[in-house]
Design a binder for this molecule. Structure first.
Ligand code: UDP
Ligand code: MN
Length: 333
């Protein structure tokens, strides 16, 4: 009898022991590990809306933030300036910038340079190249350490279309003759504009263009592309992704070299045939960027126009064209 009780007791003990083993080996690994509980993730009420990934930027849902070829479209709220700056500070990069101030456009240079000093890549190595036919009129603007300005004297040109177009040739020469192995990125900017907010490392990319403030909300059939097939800037109906600005573009030296080389050659080929594209080099840039997609697209925050009422999606204006009287400042009509 005693032996029977001992055997039964041992049997029950063994049964529960096996059950316990089964629980720990089968049930435990099936438990869903809660990342909040584990401290790997912020609780739901502290996460950016719609983006439960740790470390994700909040993002924007009211504007297009990605092109169909997966290039970012940079808007305020889509990036973390502190993270970006620390990445590029470690690389000790140099950014070149070109600006043309010929004829009466010299009057815009002071404000352009003063505001550039406040907002354009502050804390980074910046080398500004000013192209002008009046070198003695170039204003003295105090620049922070690591920043410098070089004045390039160019002959006076009497047609604004030629001034605008000559930029491509001169930027190309600058990259070939002086910037190779020295600067990393280059931006080419219109002088009739001022900086009002940060323009920094978030704008860096291989090939960077800015959405034109007048055409980012219209159908591509309304884009003012060059429409004559004889021009090398020709865009067929239905072609085109966006309408980009001629007043601001940039990127890696070798990419901007390729752009300025192609556009200046195509501009010259058109001139030999006696034609000039609808919006001069802007038309050629648009054709180039249709074939060679930009790797980063900057929102119209990066070239607004002062005369335009501010749109609700514009949380900041970084760079904006001043109101000007074309008839009064251009050398020809
Ligand atoms: N520009 C210049 N002198 C002129 C005309 C043009 O220096 O007489 C340069 C200047 O940098 C200017 C750029 O070419 O910002 C493009 O011309 P503009 O700004 O008049 O073109 P828009 O922005 O009105 O299309
Ligand atoms: Mn302009």
């Amino acid at each position: 009898m005693n032996l029977f009780i001992i055997k039964t007791g041992a049997g029950i003990l063994l049964f529960f022991l096996l059950l316990g083993l089964l629980y720990s080996s089968v049930w435990q690994p099936c438990r869903v590990i809660d990342p909040v509980e584990q401290g790997q993730m912020l609780p739901a009420d502290r996460q950016p809306p719609g983006l439960p990934m740790p470390g994700a930027a909040p993002g924007r849902s009211d504007v297009q933030t990605l092109t169909p070829w997966l290039a970012p479209v940079v808007w305020e709220g889509t990036f973390d300036p502190v993270v970006l700056d620390s990445i590029y500070q470690a690389k000790n990069i140099t950014i070149a910038a070109t600006v043309f101030a010929q004829g009466k456009y010299i009057r815009f240079l002071k404000k352009f340079l003063e505001t550039m000093e406040q907002h354009f890549f502050t804390g980074f190595n910046v080398h500004v190249f000013v192209y002008t036919d009046q070198p003695i009129e170039v204003p003295q603007v105090k620049m922070a350490s690591g920043r410098q300005l070089t004045v390039k004297t160019v002959p006076t040109v009497n047609r604004w279309q030629d001034i605008s177009a000559s930029r491509m040739v001169l930027v190309l020469a600058l990259i070939e003759d002086e910037l190779h192995d020295y600067a990393d990125f280059i931006f080419c900017l219109d002088v009739d504009s001022q900086f009002h907010g940060r323009w920094g490392t978030e704008s860096l990319g291989d090939l960077v263009s800015v959405l034109h403030p007048g055409y980012y909300k219209v159908d591509r059939s309304a884009f003012p592309y060059e429409r004559r097939p004889i021009s090398k800037a020709y865009m067929a109906p239905g072609d085109g992704d966006f309408y980009y600005c001629g007043g601001a573009f940039g990127g890696l030296l070798q990419e901007v070299h390729r752009l300025t080389k192609t556009c200046s050659t195509n501009f010259g080929d058109d001139a030999k045939k006696g034609i000039e594209a609808a919006w001069q080099e802007e038309s050629h840039i648009n054709r180039y960027l249709w074939i060679n997609k930009p790797s980063k697209v900057l929102s119209p925050e990066y070239l607004w126009q002062d005369f335009k009422p501010r749109e609700p999606e514009l949380h900041i204006i970084r760079f904006s064209g001043v109101v000007k009287n074309y008839a009064e400042i251009r050398p020809n009509v």
